[in-house]
Design a protein around this ligand. Sequence first.
Ligand SMILES: Nc1ncnc2c1ncn2[C@@H]1O[C@H](COP(=O)(O)OP(=O)(O)OP(=O)(O)O)[C@@H](O)[C@H]1O
Ligand SMILES: [Mg+2]
Length: 346
Amino acid sequence: MIVIENLAKHYGGGGAVGNAVEALAGIDLRVEAGEIFGIIGRSGAGKSTLVRCINLLERPSAGSVRVAGRELTALGDAELRAARRDIGMIFQHFNLLSSRTVFDNVALPLELAGVDEAEIEARVAPLLDLVGLAEQRARYPAQLSGGQKQRVGIARALANRPRVLLCDEATSALDPETTRSILSLLRDINRRLGLTVIVVTHEMQVIKDLCDRVAVLDRGRVVEQGSVFEVFTDPRHETTRALIRDVVGQELPAGLLERLAQPHLSTGGRLLRLVFTGAAADAPLISVLTRRFGLDLNILHGQIDEIQGRPFGSLLVLMEGVAERRDEAMAWLVEQSIRVEAVHVG
Ligand SMILES: Nc1ncnc2c1ncn2[C@@H]1O[C@H](COP(=O)(O)OP(=O)(O)OP(=O)(O)O)[C@@H](O)[C@H]1O
Ligand SMILES: [Mg+2]
């Protein structure tokens, strides 16, 4: 559906490469029709630049952007305007017109496209139903909550019946509960309309709750991509790990870390993180380890979660016992498809 190849974007510099900001470099991405694709990264990573290159609000410095088989960078102005109707966009700060009612905000792209009044009524009313704002149609943006404003933004983005919806930090200005309701609306729209959705966010929770696949952007480059399950359960890049830590809460309390770092407590024990997925998540792991290998296991932190409907858990344990038996136990864990990571403290 969307194929991005070797995309680069520099800002400024006036030809003098030294002064230019290299916002994006060497980006390759494929987004399949009907999927929800997440783009995550820290502030300044280039997320907004990337998403704006997908509808050519920003012109790439190099590379190609194909949407539904059409090379956007090769289009003239009129063709590009037409191509953009296939791509809706929603924003962090909603970008509604304060002097227009809910209905008229949603109708605006249709007016601009020259759609007649009867047709506008016929198309806007069901969209307001879809986003749950039928009763607010005559209100003005100032009379709406943040979540309602974003619903207007979503309805407006859908007015031209796009095939792609771009969301740039669409929930970043909303509280957690409203965020969940907007994410569930986006998922609903994706399923019902078969729309391809690209979600830009700095919050891993949004990726976890909404997306099928994700790309991690760091300083203008894609450093990791894959299914959300893969990336969450087996992150490879340090940036990804750091972003996941925000959500998965693997940080130990400082006091505990301090105690573990003390030599007289840490000798003889190994601090391990066990990560288990699928069937292993249900196995009686700890009792097997203690019984079969005669080890003592002190569970310091544990959690179980579900990502894309699949169970995923992690345990932080202090494993104590005979060194040989510990090695056997670790080999056994690996055989059970449990990932074993040594954790270093101090
Ligand atoms: N119009 C511009 N002119 C010059 N530099 C820009 C412009 N827009 C963005 N940049 C720079 O490009 C880089 C990427 O910016 P971008 O807005 O894409 O990041 P982002 O990942 O969306 O960040 P945030 O999470 O804060 O929204 C930054 O270094 C930024 O300063
Ligand atoms: Mg941004």
